[in-house]
Design a binder for this molecule. Structure first.
Ligand code: SF4
Length: 451
């Protein structure tokens, strides 16, 4: 089967299919490799990331959709946060569905003159009017396309919030995927593209050449057995929620805007605490690990709140880093971020920055560490670009530069950093500073596991 690229020009609402040559596939394989290849080839130096000259790219890997666990897709572009190439990955179900169309990637160019969405329905491709989707949350958009896999932005992307993300299938109660880092949702919003909805054409078996189908089926069975015996027993709730205890014990937890590495009572937001409020599990495409966790808050101001996904970084940055140990507040912040389509890591860093500057009397806005109602209100103001939220929506680096408060902003190359105090794992400090897209633990010369 030929590997095809769908090139969409929103300025004139046209699209065409291009074959990706075997030489390019052999050299760059898929995912980030192809995204980097096309970015290097096609993006002019010096362009504004939020201008029509920028391009938004979606790519899958050669095994996506074929084998269990191979669910991921990459979204790449010039980042409005770091002003350089940025790649962000999402699990869930969208990538596998894209694999079952005839496309290995989508490149979106230009800018539509009004809000649109891209529809890939088997063989049929169309650019549809999306005026009715304007202002809708990611959950609301997804709920309208029950028979499709949906990658969408929320109001955050439409408002060009520089850390807006792209979320896939948040309302389907499976494991939603979030391409969270680098503000690629803002690039999507800058193109007036609200969503891409995809419905398959092929079965997973049909993606494999006939002569390899038996071998692929055998490999699939072997892989699942391996996951069940070797991987699943060691996977904690939410995939990485056990890191809370590890980071606290190692005193590398982000606490008080990264001023400290430990907080008394961290157990209130540990894996065990989240287990108490877990009401279900979810999984990415055909993954037997099923690390997704679905919670319902039991007590406090946000009792009854339902949240379909929670991970360590969200908890660490919006919890201890803001001196916040109320699960309900953290869940509410996470839910708002998902609805608006904003990166929870960036939001947690920005909130802690505001709390520190408020405590030191450096800004007019008042927000105390641990103030639940104030924290939730600030996230809403960011999502709406209201008052101070409008400044903060530009990201931590730009906000700090504007206010002359760079010494209080924890970011590297414009990207707010993940949930580890790198004064402990110093190798990770090197990792952040050498990562091609700034403060990011998974994209660098080293990572937490090896530090
Ligand atoms: S369910 Fe968890 S382990 Fe499985 S693919 Fe998704 S993120 Fe990975």
């Amino acid at each position: 089967m030929k590997k095809l690229l769908l090139r969409v020009n929103l300025s004139d609402r046209s699209f065409r299919e291009e074959e990706i040559s075997p030489e390019i596939l052999e050299k760059y394989i898929g995912g980030k490799g192809l995204a980097a290849y096309y970015s290097y080839k096609e993006l002019k130096p010096g362009i504004d990331p939020l201008s029509p000259e920028n391009k938004l790219m979606f790519f899958i890997g050669p095994l996506t959709g074929i084998f269990n666990v191979y669910s991921r897709h990459v979204i790449a572009s010039k980042s409005p946060l770091t002003s350089t190439f940025s790649d962000s990955y999402a699990g869930g179900w969208f990538g596998a569905e894209l694999a079952k169309t005839r496309f290995t990637g989508i490149i979106v160019e230009g800018k539509a003159d009004s809000l649109v969405y891209l529809k890939i329905d088997g063989d049929k491709i169309s650019i549809e009017d999306a005026k009715d989707l304007a202002g809708k949350t990611t959950y609301e958009v997804d709920a309208l396309f029950k028979d499709f896999r949906v990658a969408t932005i929320g109001p955050g992307g439409e408002r060009l919030i520089r850390f807006a993300c792209v979320i896939n299938d948040p309302a389907k109660r499976q494991r939603a995927g979030v391409a969270g880092r680098g503000g690629l949702g803002a690039v999507m919003g800058s193109k007036n593209l609200k969503a891409i909805v995809v419905k398959r054409k092929f079965t997973p078996e049909e993606l494999v050449a006939e002569k390899f189908r038996d071998a692929a089926a055998q490999l699939r069975r072997t892989f699942i057995e391996y996951l069940k015996s070797e991987v699943i027993p060691g996977v904690g709730l939410g995939g990485n929620l056990p890191v809370m205890q590890l980071a606290a014990e190692a005193k590398v937890l982000p606490v008080r805007n990264f001023r400290e590495g430990y907080i008394e009572g961290y157990e209130k937001v540990s894996e065990d605490a989240f287990r108490e409020v877990t009401i279900g599990k979810s999984t990415c495409y055909l993954c037997p690990v099923a690390c997704g966790v679905h919670i319902k808050v039991k007590t406090g101001s946000f009792a009854g709140l339902d949240l379909d996904r929670i991970e360590y970084e969200t908890v660490a940055l919006n919890g201890p880093n803001c001196m916040q140990l109320d699960i309900g507040t953290i869940a509410k912040v996470a839910r708002l971020c998902n609805e608006y389509g904003m990166d929870t890591i960036s939001v947690g860093n920005i909130t802690a920055f505001v709390m520190e500057c408020s405590e030191k009397g450096l800004i007019d806005y008042r927000l105390n560490y641990g103030d639940s109602a104030g924290q939730v209100k600030l996230v809403e103001m960011i999502g709406q670009r209201k008052d101070i939220g409008d400044t903060l929506a530009e990201g931590l680096m730009r906000t700090a530069e504007k206010l002359g408060l760079q010494g209080h902003a924890v970011q590297i190359k414009g990207l707010e950093i993940p949930g580890y105090d790198v004064r402990g794992p110093v190798g990770m400090a090197l990792a952040y500073t050498t990562a091609d897209r700034g403060g990011r633990s998974l994209k660098s010369m080293d990572d937490s596991c090896r530090t």
